[in-house]
Design a binder for this molecule. Structure first.
Ligand SMILES: [Zn+2]
Length: 221
């Protein structure tokens, strides 16, 4: 199956890993998309498992505060990083692939290697699209996370107090993410039923049940 993915995606070496954003994703078989579903589903379950662990630690008075802060707890910090990385990847999938403008040609491009929402549609225009308010909210969350998790940023030191009560460690955003994945799965049933039949019972249903344990997310931070 993995071999199939690689051969389908083969391009001339000079093409690099970037492509015009208007170019459709390579056509995928059901088996390839099912493999992608397992990647997405595992990411979702890891994020939720980490979030539940964070809430359990919180009940015990342990918060994933930044390393310079009194009460820093290495395990709590480790779980937080895991949750945020997985959450960010899931948001990136839901909002659509990252694009940038090529300075030489002015063309909008995206990474051809990304497992993206468009890989599941039949064309560049036949794609699932989330509610705009949720999109703005989740994109904002992902941008904030990216700055703090992908880089050693001074914000990790300057913003530690806000993270304790309403900040980046909030776990409830995963509720919104699971809701969006459920909506995406409904859309997928009409196009790729064999893929949706894997995604729903193996990942979305258990994720929905587990995410109920998490608190309602606070206002954007
Ligand atoms: Zn794609």
């Amino acid at each position: 199956m993995l071999e199939g993915l690689m051969t389908t995606d083969k391009v001339a070496p000079s093409a690099g890993s970037w492509r015009k954003a208007t170019v459709p994703c390579p056509p995928r078989t059901d088996n390839e998309l099912i493999a992608a579903v397992h990647v997405l589903g595992a990411s979702l379950l890891v994020a939720i498992k980490s979030a539940i662990n964070i809430e359990e630690l919180k009940q015990a008075g342990i918060y994933p505060v930044s390393p310079p802060v009194a009460g820093f707890h290495l395990h709590a910090w480790q779980i937080l990083q895991t949750m945020l990385v997985e959450e960010r990847r899931l948001i990136e999938f839901l909002v659509g692939p990252h694009t940038f403008t090529d300075k030489g040609t002015g063309a909008t491009k995206s990474n051809r290697d990304t497992i993206c929402i468009n890989c599941f549609g039949s064309s560049i225009t036949d794609t699932w699209w989330m509610n705009d308010d949720v999109r703005v909210r989740l994109r904002w969350r992902a941008q904030r996370t990216n700055k703090r998790v992908a880089h050693l940023d001074w914000l990790l030191i300057d913003e530690y107090d806000s993270r304790v009560v309403s900040g980046i460690w909030q776990t409830g955003y995963l509720k919104e993410i699971v809701n969006q994945f459920r909506d995406f799965t409904e859309w997928l049933y009409d196009r790729r039923p064999h893929v949706a039949e894997i995604l729903a019972p193996q990942y979305i249903d258990p994720a929905s049940a587990r995410v109920m344990q998490l608190p309602v997310p606070g206002p954007p931070f």
